[in-house]
Design a protein around this ligand. Sequence first.
Ligand SMILES: [Zn+2]
Length: 128
Amino acid sequence: MAKAQESQKESGICILCGGEKKGYPAKVDLPIYLARKAREALRLPPRHSIACESCFSSCVKKRQEFEKKLRSYRLGAALFAALTIIGGAMFGRLELWLAVPSILGAGIILLLPYGSYFPSFQEKLKQR
Ligand SMILES: [Zn+2]
């Protein structure tokens, strides 16, 4: 059952240089999954996103930047929701429907960083 390390490489399109090469596959998370489903629905051929050997380290860096952005937007969304709800409460109007724009606003803030979404790449499969 022992497979060579090479078998973890897949051929596909490098997300950074756009070359058709062998490389490390992107981790399938929700945005990737949705993108694949969308391509399937549009009857487009599946596109395999990979990071090729020479781009791998910059891909990891880009992913880290994206994750940092994600975290700060998450904090921003929580602050926004808290402040608008507290603000409403301070004016003595703590009604449930007043929380709706707060939650919507927070949801929009949460979606913003996905404009610069970058997938995660794993060099090796996690060891168990
Ligand atoms: Zn590349």
